[in-house]
Design a protein around this ligand. Structure first.
Ligand SMILES: [Zn+2]
Length: 478
C-alpha cells in the first residue's frame, strides 16, 4: 500500500495540479469569495445535467463530503447526513465544473494588446464555473507557473491549471511572434532542448502556432511524448490530417483553422487565404474531409472548439453579453468597440458567416464520427475569460448539439483530453466535487449558463457574483 502511495506521488509530483483544497488552507484573499465552506454539503432538489451526455434528471440531490461527490439520486430517496449543510436549490440546475481547453491567462485585443491577467483571469474563470483550465500558449510562462502555484497554495482563487509553456513556432512572418512572446525554433535539436526545458519547469502540454515545418513539429512531438507531455496546435503550415499523422494529441479551433483544403496549400507553408476554400466544402461527401476526420478519430486526436472567440470576427452576429462591457478596462473597451465597428462594416458580401456555419457543421460531423470535441475560450475581443466559456455553451447548442451534449463537450470531454476523467468532468460519486450551480433550467434555456450562482471546486463553494464584482473594469489591465 505504501509503495502504491509513493508511486502515485511520484507520478503527479511537480507537474500535477493540486487535487484537494480546503477552506482552512485558503489565504484571506481567496477565502473572501467562499460562500459555502462546510465539510459535508447537500445540494437538494436540483435539475442535474451530469456531463455524460445523458438525459436531464429532475428533483435530484447531490451530497459532497470533504471535497468529493459521495452520493447523488432522487431527492426523495436522499438521506442527508447529520451535520450536513443542506441547500434547497429548487429552480436551479447543477452541471460539472467546466473544463476550458484553450484558456489563456492573458487577454488580447487588436490594439494590439496582450495583457497578462494574473488578477482577472483566475477570478473570471472560477466565477463563470470553469474549475480546470489548460492554458494553450503562454506569453509569460513564469507568470503562469507562479499563478498555478499561487492557486494551489490557496492564496489566489482560481481553477486547477495545466500549463503549456510559450508558443512554439518556426521563424517567419507571423505578426504575433513578438507580441505574444513566442519561441522561434530553427532546428530539430533546438526543439528538443526547448521541450526538455519546459518539461522540467512544469509544463504538461505544449502549444505550437501557425507556421511550423514538419521536421520541427515531429521533433517536438517525439520529445514531448518521451517526457510524458502532450502537444496541441493552432497551425496553418500543417493540415489537421498531417498533424494527426505526425502524432499531435489535439488540434485547436476547428475547421476555421484547417488549411489543408486550400488548392494553393504548399508543404510546410501557410496558404494566404485558405478560409475561402471552406465555403463550398461538402463535409459529408468530400473524401478529403472524411479522410481527415477518420484519421483524427482513429489516432485519438481531440479537437478544441473555440466558437465564442471566432464569433467576434463574424459580421451579423448578436451583440455580446453585456457583462463583457462591465469587466473590460476603459482602454480595452475602446479598442474592442473600434474592432467591432470594423467587423460590422465588412458585412457586405462577407463569406465569413458561411465559414462559421461550416465550422459548426464540422464539429458535429467530427463528434458523429466518434471524435472527442472539447471547448475553450481563447480570451480576446468580446470573449473574455469565463464569459466566453459560457458563450461557448450557447454556440454549441446553436451548432446543433443538445444541451447535455454541449455540457459533455465542455466538461467530461475536456477531462478526457487532459487524462483526468477518472477524477473530474462529470457528476459521479467518487469524483471531485467540482460543480456549477446556476439559476434556471439550462436544458430549456441555454442562456441560463450566464446565471451561475455558486461554483464548487474540491467541495469549496465560491460566490460567482463576488468574483465577477472583483474584476469590474480590470480586464486588459491586470
Ligand atoms: Zn489561443
Amino acid at each position: 500500500m505504501r509503495s502504491l502511495l509513493v508511486t502515485t506521488g511520484l507520478i503527479w509530483a511537480g507537474t500535477s495540479p493540486c487535487w484537494a483544497q480546503e477552506v482552512a488552507s485558503l489565504a484571506a484573499e481567496a477565502r473572501q469569495y467562499v460562500a459555502v465552506d462546510a465539510p459535508i454539503v447537500a445540494l437538494t432538489h436540483v435539475r442535474l445535467i451530469d456531463g455524460t451526455g445523458g438525459a436531464v434528471r429532475t428533483d435530484q440531490t447531490v451530497i459532497l463530503d470533504h471535497g468529493k461527490i459521495v452520493w447523488l439520486g432522487d431527492a426523495n430517496r436522499a438521506t442527508i447526513p447529520a451535520g450536513a449543510k443542506a441547500l434547497d436549490l429548487e429552480g436551479h440546475t447543477v452541471i460539472p465544473g467546466l473544463i476550458g481547453l484553450h484558456n489563456h491567462t492573458f487577454y488580447y485585443t487588436n490594439a494590439p494588446r496582450a495583457a497578462q491577467s494574473n488578477y482577472t483571469a483566475p477570478r473570471l474563470y472560477l466565477g463563470a464555473g470553469v474549475t480546470t483550465i489548460r492554458t494553450t500558449g503562454s506569453t509569460s510562462p513564469y507568470a503562469e507557473l507562479n499563478l498555478k502555484a499561487g492557486i494551489e497554495r490557496g492564496s489566489i482563487p482560481g481553477p486547477r491549471m495545466f500549463v503549456t509553456g510559450p508558443y512554439l513556432i518556426s521563424p517567419g512572418p507571423d505578426v504575433r511572434i513578438d507580441l505574444l512572446g513566442m519561441h522561434p525554433l530553427t532546428s530539430a535539436e533546438q526543439a528538443k532542448r526547448v521541450v526538455d526545458y519546459w518539461a522540467e519547469e512544469g509544463a504538461t502540454w505544449l502549444k505550437v502556432y501557425t507556421q511550423l515545418t514538419r521536421e520541427t513539429a515531429s521533433a517536438i512531438v517525439t520529445e514531448a511524448h518521451k517526457r510524458g507531455l502532450k502537444v496541441t496546435g493552432h497551425i496553418c503550415s500543417l493540415g489537421f490530417k498531417e498533424a494527426a499523422e505526425l502524432g499531435f494529441d489535439a488540434v485547436e479551433h476547428g475547421l476555421i483553422n484547417d488549411s489543408e483544403f486550400d488548392p494553393d496549400k504548399k508543404p510546410d507553408l501557410c496558404p494566404r487565404t485558405y478560409r475561402e476554400s471552406l465555403v463550398g466544402l461538402d463535409l459529408v461527401n468530400d473524401p478529403r474531409v472524411r479522410a481527415t476526420i477518420s484519421t483524427m478519430v482513429n489516432r485519438g486526436v481531440a479537437m478544441t472548439s473555440t466558437l465564442a472567440v471566432y464569433e467576434c470576427a463574424i459580421p451579423g452576429r448578436p451583440a455580446p453579453d453585456p457583462r463583457v462591457w462591465d469587466v473590460l478596462s476603459a482602454d480595452a473597451r475602446a479598442e474592442e468597440e473600434v474592432r467591432r465597428a470594423q467587423v460590422a462594416a465588412s458585412a457586405s458580401g462577407s463569406t465569413l458567416p458561411a465559414v462559421y456555419k461550416k465550422a459548426m457543421e464540422f464539429e458535429r460531423e467530427f463528434v458523429k464520427a466518434g471524435g472527442v470535441l472539447a471547448a475553450g475560450v481563447d480570451p480576446a475581443w468580446s470573449a473574455p475569460a469565463g464569459i466566453g466559456d459560457q458563450r461557448n455553451l450557447e454556440l454549441l447548442v446553436e451548432a446543433g448539439f443538445t444541451v447535455p451534449e454541449a455540457v459533455q463537450i465542455m466538461t467530461l470531454n475536456g477531462a478526457r483530453v487532459l487524462g483526468i476523467a477518472d477524477r473530474t468532468g462529470s457528476v459521479t460519486a467518487g469524483k471531485l466535487a467540482d460543480l456549477v450551480v446556476l439559476k434556471g433550467d439550462l436544458a430549456l434555456h441555454p442562456s441560463d449558463i450566464r446565471n451561475v450562482v455558486l461554483v464548487f471546486r474540491d467541495g469549496v463553494g465560491y460566490d460567482s457574483a463576488k468574483l465577477f464584482a472583483s474584476v469590474r473594469g480590470l480586464v486588459g489591465l491586470r
